[in-house]
Design a protein around this ligand. Structure first.
Ligand code: F6R
Length: 237
């Protein structure tokens, strides 16, 4: 794992944006995995800026989001569908038919997870996975102790529910399950960029940087990936 420490959040985000822009030129239709959360907001803002001010087009890219709560309505302001529309997709030229997000309002989440994985396979896998990491080391909703798996339905751990409850009225409103791309699918990506910022993420940054692999910290499962970069800063946004 290549590890890059930046001097602030802005630098972390613009470096990630530059790597993203380089990567999408390599292939005609690059397939990119995208996270939600606070960490990638600066990256999305930077990509929107490149689109608006420098005419950068993302019309050739195909995106697969890492995860979605289950169950949740698309219109729910806390759905990852709404998050992505609000913070990225509504402001750029990615084609609607090239945007994939697990469907949190489906009636059969096991089938949905299987079909999502198949769609990724139909696109020949992920070229670039951009990832955020939880304080407990989760990636997507691959929680501590997770199996190295394909896209699946999973329970949300109490520590992640607590972390994410900041967006809800209270912790009881946080959905108890999610559909998430699995660590096997993520680890199969050609290139991986993990972003982390803020003092509370420094323990997990340390664990990833040391190169150990520990299934209690799912992010460390990516430590033997051949083309992975961790970009971090101890500072908040
Ligand atoms: C969400 C995701 C999660 C987040 C993680 C960190 O799609 O993939 O792994 O990246 O929960 O969240 P923030 O960035 O809010 O600290």
């Amino acid at each position: 794992m290549k590890v890059i420490k930046t001097s602030n959040y802005r630098e972390m985000s613009s470096l990630a944006a530059r790597l993203f822009l380089t990567q999408i030129q390599i292939k005609k239709h690059p397939v990119i995995a995208l996270p939600t959360g606070s960490t990638p907001l600066g990256l999305y803002e930077e990509l929107i800026r490149y689109h608006k001010e420098c005419n950068k087009s993302y019309a050739n890219i195909i995106t697969f989001n890492l995860d979605e709560y289950y169950p949740i309505k698309k219109e729910d302001s806390n759905s990852y569908y709404q998050f992505m529309m609000r913070n990225f997709f509504n402001h750029v030229d990615i084609k609607k038919e090239n945007i994939f997000i697990p469907n949190g309002e489906c009636s059969d989440p096991l089938k949905e997870a299987k079909e999502y994985e198949q769609k990724i396979k139909n696109h020949k896998g992920i070229d670039l996975a951009i990832l955020g990491v939880g304080v407990n080391g989760h990636i997507g909703f691959n929680e501590p102790g997770t199996l190295i798996d394909e896209t699946h339905l999973t329970d949300i751990s109490s520590s992640t529910a607590r972390e994410n409850s900041r967006f809800f009225n209270n912790i009881l409103e946080v959905p108890t399950q999610a559909i998430t791309m699995g660590m096997k699918t993520i680890a199969s990506a050609e290139k991986i960029i993990i972003l982390a910022n803020g003092s509370k993420k420094m323990d997990i940054v340390d664990k990833i940087s040391k190169g150990n692999i520990d299934e209690n910290y799912p992010a460390t499962l990516l430590n033997n990936h051949k083309n992975a970069t961790l970009i971090y800063t101890p500072y908040e946004r």
